[in-house]
Structures are given as C-alpha cells and as structure tokens.
Design a protein around this ligand. Structure first.
Ligand code: SF4
Length: 969
C-alpha cells in the first residue's frame, strides 16, 4: 500500500539536500511520492508521472487512475487503468492495491489487457453472416437490426411454447448471476456452461462432503499446503492464491505438489510427487489410512461433524451404533490403502509417500488443500480425487479453520439484485439429460450428439466467452451441428474477438473487454469475503470529469457494447409492452415504466445488498456506487470463522421438527421472498420442510447444507441414486489405468495450461503471444529413445478417433510412459479475417464423417495500426489437439475425462506440423460407449425426480420441473 506521506516528505527533503549539496538540480519526481509505492488513492484523480519514452526529457504525464477487474482468467484480480487526462486513452493497466483478493498484484495477463484493447484485429461492430455458415463472408450491421431480429425470434419461440429452444452457452462467466437471471426472466431453462470440460469432477467430490461444490483453502495461514494442480503458475484463483502460498512458504509452511509434470509449481514444492495419472486418489487414501491407523485424526471433530451415525445405521445395523464402533470400522475401511499399494498404483516410492503422509498428519487444523481441474478433470472417477483430498481435511478437522479449507460459499459474497425473477418452470433435457442425474453441471459436450439424435433442436443459441469448436473435445462434431440450420436456427456469438466457433455464427456481436463492461464478482481467495466491480473505465473517467454517460457504447471503441445493457435492451424488445411478464425485470424503480440503467442497477445493489458498503462510502462522502467506481472492490468480511459451529438463532427455531439423525427442519416452508433467488444453501425437502440446522451434542448448530447437516463421509445420495459402491471416499480406476491400456498405448495429459495464456481469450495479446506460442509434446528420454525421436522431431499422436502431428520435446520433466501436451495452443482460422497474432491459417476439409485440418501458414508479420505486428518473429502457434479427442463423460459427475489413451509414433512421410485428421463417426461410437456406463434417472431415481433436489444447479428450475417426465415414470 501507499506509504505514509509525511515519511515520504522527509525522504524527499533529505534527497533534495543531498542532491543540492552536490551542486545538482533536484527533481523530486512527478508525483512527489516514493515510486516503489502504489499511487496513494487520494491522488487517483490526478496522478503525475514522467513519460518513460521521452527520456532523457522530463515530460510529465497526467493521468486518472480508474479501477476495473481483469477478465483474463477467473481470478478476477483488480486492475487500475491509467487513463490519460488529456487524450482519455488508457495508457496501461497495473494492479489495484485496494483489491482485497489480488492486493495490487497481477500476473502477466493482467497488464496485457492493454494489448487486447488496442488489438488491430478486434471486432468493433456487429457482424451479420452472408452466404453459408462458415463461408467467412460478413457485413457490418447496426445494433438495432441485430437486436430486432434476435428478439423477434426469441419472442416467437416463447409464444409458441418452445422455451427449450433458447440456449445461452457460457464459458468463463466473469460475473455472478446476471445472465442466469436473464434466462430466468424469460422463463427458459436455457443456461449452458463449460463446466463439464472444467470442474464438474472436482465439484462432485466437494458437494458430496459439504453441500457446497468448491473448496476455499486458507493457504496464507496453513502449515502444510497440499495441491493437486499446477497452482502456483495457473489454476483456479491463480494469482490471489499463489501470492498467499508464497507468503506461507516464506514463513516455513511446507508445500506438497502432486503433478505428473515438472510444472513451475512442482519446482517450488518441498515434496513433489509425480504420480502415474489417475492414481492420485490412491495416494490420498494411503495418507488417510496413515492418519487413521496412527490415530492422528481429530477424534472430537469426526465425532461431532461426520455423518457416521447414518453410515452405521445403513451399513452396520446390528452393531451398537456408537462412535467407537465407527472408529473400529473406519480402521478397517482403508486398511488396504497401504503405502505399498499406493506406490504400486502411482509409481512413487512407498517411503516418499510415507514421508508426505507424516507431513500431512502433522499439519493438524492448518492443512490447506486444493484440487480443481487437473486429476479431477482428467480421469474416469476423477471426482474421487477431490473427495479423497477433502477426506484429509475432514480427518484433521482442518475445515473452516485458520489455515484449513473452507467450503467456498462461506468466503464468497453474492449480493441481491434489484429484481429477481422466479425459477423457470421447464427442464431442458439437452443440457440435463436423464442419463446423468448426478452431473454437477450441464452436459454441454454432448450437445452435438443429442442434436444429431433428434433429442431436440435449438432456435436461438448464444455463445459467450465460449468457443466450443476449439475448447471442447470432438470439435468437428460441433462444426457439423453449427453448420446445420435445422439443428441450430440462429447462432449469436457474443465475443470481443474472433474465435473458431464465431466463424460458424450468424451474428457476431462485439462485447467489451475487461475495461469496457460492468460485472460484479466475488471469489473465495482467502478466509474473508469481498466483492469486486468491473467497469468501463472510460465511462467512469468521463463521469468523474462531469460528463453524463447513459450507454457504454458512448465510451467504448467502435460500437463495442457490454452485456448488461445488451440483455436489458434485448429483453425489452422481446417483451416491448410487458405482456410476457419479462419487461418488469428490466424496469427502473426510480422511474417506473422506464428502462433500467446500469447506474441504477448497481447503485441499488451496492446500497441495499452489500453490508457495510454504504457506511464505508459515507465515511468518504461518497454514494456506494461512487465508492465502487472509485476503488473497484470492497471487503465485506475480513475473516469468516467456522460457520457450521454457529448456533441457530432462536427466531429460526419456531415450529421445528427433527429427524432421527438430528437434522432440524422448520415444519412449514417459509413463504418465498420475491426478492430473493437462493444462490445456494438448503432448499425445502419433499415435504416442504426447510433445514435450519443440526443437533450436535444437544445444541442446534448451523451445520452444513447437506441432507444430514453434517459432513457426509457416507453419501446416502449416491446410495439412493444407484451408486452404492461409491458411497464412501474411494478409488476408481481411471480409463487410462495401466490395466485398461492396450499394446503400446500411453496416457496423454492434456489438461494443463500455459502460465501466460488463457484458453481462447488471450490470443489477442501480443506480449503474451511473444512469450508463449507453442505446445510441444512432453516426452521422457526413455520413451523418445524407444520411438527414435529427438526434440523438434514431428510425431503423430493417435487417439481413438484420429490423430494430430506435433513436435516432440524430450524432457525428464515428465514420467516415463506418459506424454503431455498443453491445450492452450493451436488456434486457427479458415479465412484471412481473424486474429492474426496467434492463429494459423488452415485448410478445413471433410468427406462424409472424415475431417482434416491442414496448416497453410502460421503467424506472419503484417502491417496494421500497431507497428509491432510488423515485427512478429514467430510462426509457430501450436497444434489444436482437442479436435482429436472423443467425448468421455464420467457417468456420475458428467465431467469430460480429458486424459487420452494414445499411441505416439514418428510422423509419416507427408505429415506436416499441425495436421489433424478425425472421423466423427468414430466419435459417435465412443460417445455411445460412454453413455452405456450411465445409470438413468428414470431407472434409479428414488423419488420420481430427475436429480437430487438438494444438489446445487445453476439456474435451478421450479420444483415441479424436477419430476420425471410422465412417460418414464
Ligand atoms: S491471475 Fe492474471 S489473468 Fe487471472 S485475473 Fe489475475 S491478473 Fe488476470
């Protein structure tokens, strides 16, 4: 933070005296402040600094510092835009010291936001397709034309009862709930996400334990940090977590990293374990067994907070039902998971696992653990990786303790909006099919197959921050449905930049980048809660200068818009006279009958729904919205404690009932608050009872939002929904377990990111592209020798449905017998138009179901408004491997299991770098094979519903929509 001004004044005076004593002229610095400090917030209106490019001249630059939020990954770090007061241009982005999560720090991708803003290839006006989809011909249209066309189509679908033909498919949302409420206001179950290529697996593990689907590790105060990821360089909440892990290490905390690759994170570990992929849960269980056998677990915590009583009732009905009996059984349950067993599965020396187990066992309540994608996203049964990882926390009592791991809902804050539409009354089986009743999120990767099977069709399909052709497995199947207007009537791509899926759109609508749009967000990054505000910085700057801005397009480049205003406008046009009941959610409260504006939307929220913010703002003589526009973030609570131990207040305990295991309910449901859509937490059960707490040692405490109110070591939900064999934390052999590989197949790890790139959102950042622009195949020297390849040689990587040709990188940073390739590269375009700094130009062909993609050329220098584009020196842009992967959805979590069983060979004569060949007929066969592993809701549902009602679900439909369709009951 900024240093004390009087201290600065003293140092400046001393420096002046010294300089003048030498007979030189003293220049105190443009802003008269120590340059190592952040600009003090008191000077953010007018900050003066020297123009580095003018050196040795001392040319002063006068800037205004305006906060916003980075959008280059999900961490939502604070940024400060340095807006030139003379030209009103953003000169650069740096960290926002007022942001409680990122605390002024960013990774390389934060400042590179500037590249994206000034990218000469960005899309500045709405485009409409002419010719066939994918032909690459576009005309600019104005927003009115696009809005009227799209709105009329949606209105017609709603009037004709075709609600399930409207779908909004989002990748990285970058906001909390706005668009889900838009879908709810239209009455459609139309939310689709990218989550089953991301975190569905890990979420199931956490949800089953705590009723909340994410972990929130308090790394900063941990004694032992246990990561199943490359978290210090990428990963979930990367920069905010990485800086806290680094602090913990600096004061002596031990870092354990499970990563098959020698990632940058692994290089910082005190204990790096490189397991055979898919064996991570076996290691976790060996550590758990050690804790149990040596009785190092927190006995009192386990007794109070695990649902062992329910376990005994079901699995030991004739026993005494005592905790001591449970302990006896617990000691037997995991006894097979010896260090030797884990060693045999993982390939790691038993002594190393034993050493790590001792470190974990000694952590007590200061064990922070994290797994998000990585192994949970790579393997069949990957959800057991997070479930067994949290078992370690649950054994040690390291749950919501300083240095432990919290459920994320307790360290995240989602404010109530000005209007809250009710739950939609429909259920969309294109996203929530009967085969996957326990899937944590939408089965988005299966959409092409469902459309081909005729399970439904889509009339209006929005993609936003989402590029399924490139990001998802089986991208050619996506192209097949995106080019078929009978399957997808109208594809609207909301994107600030070109992407592979937008080429197959009907409209491309340019939406603002991090500094050109409004959003709120709050993420679990330490043991407190904060809310951040993304804003169009030029709008805020010009408002500070006294201008009235009513539409973000007034300040954005071209006619680039923002989604908040877009959705409000679109919703008005769908329901112009309010007869559909939609318009009321987009009306002003201050000016009834008029359109809601974003100033009122956020002003209301910050004033009414963020505790402490109005008071904090008033201390500075500001309105809450002014405060957020000025500082960009607010800490709602500095430290959250163990919420589950809080006694339930007496007023919530009127007219309660209790089940035999101590779950306490209100007898009657509370009347719904029309202003509140529950974001998480317990819903009423079948009898309309609402859980309020759980009785523990005679006291009614808040507990966890699980069916039992306790940590669910034993998942009755899995038993009831047809998977009794997995009711406990356990180990499932991955689809790439050695016993399942054939001949010379090897596992391919394809889940890892590159530290300075983010999926498809950073290819328009020249600084990042210069640093990272390739994704070679990591291959161990033993394997390279066997195959006769050296670094730089071309190899063919063959999957079940095709192959890709990539360069080999021979390295000891990967286990023998395993290969790895980052998914962050291989962007492509078919036509000249598009992003040129990190996209190859390719020939895309197919004959029937056989598709091929062949590179014409990689990146080349070009003349543009940015002289740097003429200096592009790299040609390589990597290879798009995901196209060659079939869908492999886990039958429980729905997570796409990314790891592939591949054969690696030397490239054949005629093969070229970047060649890709795939047969989508084979992709369909693989889809059907994985589908057979599922247990359908209409066969296993215990209560005639499609899905456990207590499970979290984005855009949860009304209760009646959960009923199985009548024909399947
Ligand atoms: S970690 Fe980097 S990319 Fe992610 S939000 Fe922070 S600065 Fe942006």
């Amino acid at each position: 933070m900024s240093e004390d001004l009087s201290g600065t004044a003293r140092r400046v005076a001393a420096a002046r005296a010294e300089t003048e004593a030498r007979g030189e002229t003293f220049y105190p610095g443009a802003s008269r402040i120590h340059l190592a400090a952040f600009p003090p917030k008191e000077r953010w209106d007018h900050w003066v600094e020297l123009d580095s490019r003018a050196w040795p001249e001392r040319v002063e630059r006068h800037t205004m510092l305006v906060p916003t939020t980075c959008f280059n990954c999900e961490s939502a770090c604070g940024l400060l835009a340095y807006v030139d007061r003379d030209t009103l241009e953003v000169r650069r982005f740096e960290g926002n010291p007022e942001h409680p999560g990122s605390r002024g720090r960013n990774c390389a991708k934060g400042p590179a936001t500037l590249n994206q803003v000034t990218d000469p290839d960005r899309i500045l006006h709405p485009l409409k397709r002419v010719g066939a989809r994918g032909e690459g011909r576009w005309v600019e249209v104005d927003w009115d034309e696009a809005l009227d066309d799209i709105a009329a189509r949606i209105r017609r679908a709603l009037l004709e009862g075709r609600h399930n033909e409207i779908m909004y498919h989002v990748g990285r949302p970058g906001e909390d709930g706005f668009t889900e409420r838009v879908m709810a206001s239209w009455g459609v179950d139309g939310h689709n996400s990218h989550t089953n290529v991301c975190s569905s697996g890990a979420r199931v593990g956490y949800e089953l334990w705590t009723g909340i689907d994410r972990p929130s590790p308090d790394h900063a105060r941990a004694e032992v940090i246990y990561l199943i990821s490359a978290h210090l360089e990428t990963g979930h909440y990367f920069n905010p977590h990485a800086q806290r892990i680094t602090e913990a290490k600096a004061r002596g905390a031990k870092l354990i990293v499970l990563d098959t690759r020698l990632s940058n994170t692994a290089t910082h570990a005190d204990h790096w374990l490189s397991p055979y992929p898919g064996s991570e849960a076996a290691i976790n269980l060996a550590i758990a067994n050690h804790i149990i056998q040596t009785r190092r677990y927190d006995r009192e915590f386990v007794r109070r907070w695990w649902n062992w009583d329910r376990y005994l009732a079901d699995r030991d009905p004739d026993g005494p039902g005592t905790f001591e009996r449970f302990e006896e059984l617990l000691a037997e349950l995991y006894s097979e998971f010896t260090f030797e067993y884990a060693a045999a599965e993982s390939g790691i020396d038993a002594a190393v696992i034993a050493e790590v187990a001792e470190v974990v066992a000694g952590a007590g309540t200061r064990l922070s653990t994290h797994n998000w994608r990585s192994a949970a996203a790579g393997n069949l049964g990957g959800w057991q990786v997070s479930r067994t990882l949290f078992l370690l926390n649950a054994l040690l009592g390291a749950v919501a303790t300083p240095g432990g791991t919290y459920p994320n809902a307790w360290t995240k804050f989602v404010p109530k909006p000005i209007h809250s539409p009710g739950h939609p009354r429909t259920w969309n089986e294109l996203t929530w099919p009967l085969e996957y009743p326990l899937a944590m999120h939408e089965m988005s990767i299966l959409l092409p197959h469902f459309l081909k099977e005729g399970r439904g069709k889509i009339d209006v399909y929005f993609t936003r921050v989402y590029n399924p052709v490139w990001t998802n497995p089986d991208g050619f199947s996506w192209i097949e449905v995106l080019t078929d207007p009978d399957k997808i009537g109208l594809h609207v791509a909301l994107t600030p930049t070109w992407n592979e899926s937008a080429y197959f759109a009907d409209y491309i609508l340019p939406m603002g980048l991090a500094s050109e749009r409004h959003d709120i967000h709050s993420y679990e990054q330490y043991a407190g809660r904060w809310i951040g505000f993304r804003q169009p910085v030029l709008r805020a700057a010009r408002q500070r200068l006294g201008e009235e801005i009513t539409d973000t397009r007034q300040v954005n480049p071209g006619t680039v818009w923002e989604e908040n205003e877009f959705w409000i406008e679109l919703s008005w046009r769908i329901d112009p006279d309010g007869e559909l009941g939609i318009r009321r959610y987009y009306e002003s409260k201050q000016r009834p009958g008029e359109k809601l504006g974003v100033d009122e939307y956020y002003g209301w929220m910050f004033e009414h729904s963020v505790p402490g913010l109005p008071e904090k703002a008033a201390e500075e003589g500001l309105e809450p919205l002014e405060y957020m526009r000025r500082y960009g973030a607010f800490e709602v609570e500095h430290e959250v404690g163990p919420v589950y131990e809080e006694p339930v207040p007496a007023e919530e305990l009127e007219d309660i009932g209790e089940d035999p295991f101590g779950r306490v309910y209100t007898r009657a449901p509370k009347p719904p608050d029309p202003n509140v859509v529950p974001v998480s937490g317990p819903d009423p059960d079948d009898e309309g009872r609402r859980p309020v707490g759980v009785r523990v040692d005679g006291e009614i405490l808040r507990g966890f939002p699980t069916p039992s109110g306790k940590l669910e070591f034993y998942s009755r939900t899995l038993v009831d929904w047809g998977w009794p064999e997995y009711a406990l934390p356990g180990y499932i052999h991955s689809h790439i377990h050695p016993s399942k590989l054939e001949g010379d197949q090897m596992p391919l790890i394809s889940t890892f990111r590159l530290p300075v790139q983010i999926h498809t959102r950073s290819a328009n950042a020249k600084w990042l592209d210069e640093i990272a622009h390739t994704n070679p195949l990591w291959i161990h020297p033993d394997d390279a020798r066997r195959l006769g390849v050296e670094t730089g040689d071309l190899v063919r990587v063959e999957t079940e449905i095709g192959y890709y040709v990539v360069k080999a990188w021979v390295t000891e940073g990967i286990r023998p017998g395993v290969v790895a390739c980052s998914h962050h590269m291989g962007r492509w375009k078919v036509h000249d138009r598009g992003q040129r700094q990190l996209m190859a130009t390719v020939a895309l062909d197919h004959e029937g179901s056989r598709w091929s993609l062949r590179r014409k050329h990689g990146a080349v220098p070009y003349e543009s408004t940015d002289p740097d584009t003429a200096r592009i020196w790299w040609t390589d842009v990597g290879v798009h491997q995901n196209l060659t992967f079939p869908v492999q959805p886990d039958p429980i979590s729905g997570q796409h299991c990314w790891h592939q069983a591949v054969r690696v060979r030397k490239a054949e004569p005629g093969d070229s770098y970047g060649d890709i060949a795939v047969d989508t007929a084979k992709a369909t066969e693989v889809y059907r094979r994985w589908l057979e592993m599922t247990r359908r809701a209409d066969r296993v549902s215990p209560d005639g519903t499609r899905r456990p009602y207590w499970f979290l679900r984005p855009l949860k439909p009304a209760r009646e929509a959960f009923a199985l369709p009548s024909e399947s009951r």
